[in-house]
Unconditional design. Structure first.
Length: 125
């Protein structure tokens, strides 16, 4: 029984859709919802990049799990930095928050490790 789709096209589509979601969300003026706890923003960054990184990890499907982990972390780190930079041009957003970027990178690390657990070897299917 398969719990997750195997086709790489599905995962690349997810990566693209989440890219659009991130761009649109980062282009919006600052919206401050009622915070349930102090670091809610960082948890949201971590969760988004963990999901996005997991989709990326599934899309690239490298044979070596260490290489896949490295590329997933690089993907999340670079896109997290670009997102922070993009926010500096959005009115009402500050951007360039190193703690947001660290949450993005930690989400990428988590995604890469989770992906290594749930991605079967490339040539064994």
């Amino acid at each position: 029984m398969r719990l997750l789709p195997v086709h790489r096209g599905f995962w690349w589509a997810c990566v693209f859709v989440l890219l659009v979601v991130l761009f649109v969300a980062s282009s919006q003026a600052s919206y401050v919802p009622h915070l349930l706890f102090t670091w809610q923003d960082k948890v949201q960054h971590f969760a988004f990049f963990a999901i996005w990184g997991f989709c990326f990890h599934r899309a690239i499907r490298l044979e070596n799990w260490r290489s896949a982990l490295l590329w997933t972390v690089i993907f999340c780190a670079v896109n997290g930095a670009l997102d922070e930079w993009h926010q500096t041009f959005t009115p009402g957003r500050s951007g360039n928050d190193p703690f947001d970027w660290m949450a993005d990178v930690l989400g990428g690390i988590f995604a890469g490790l989770l992906g290594a657990l749930f991605t079967p070897p490339l040539f064994k299917q």
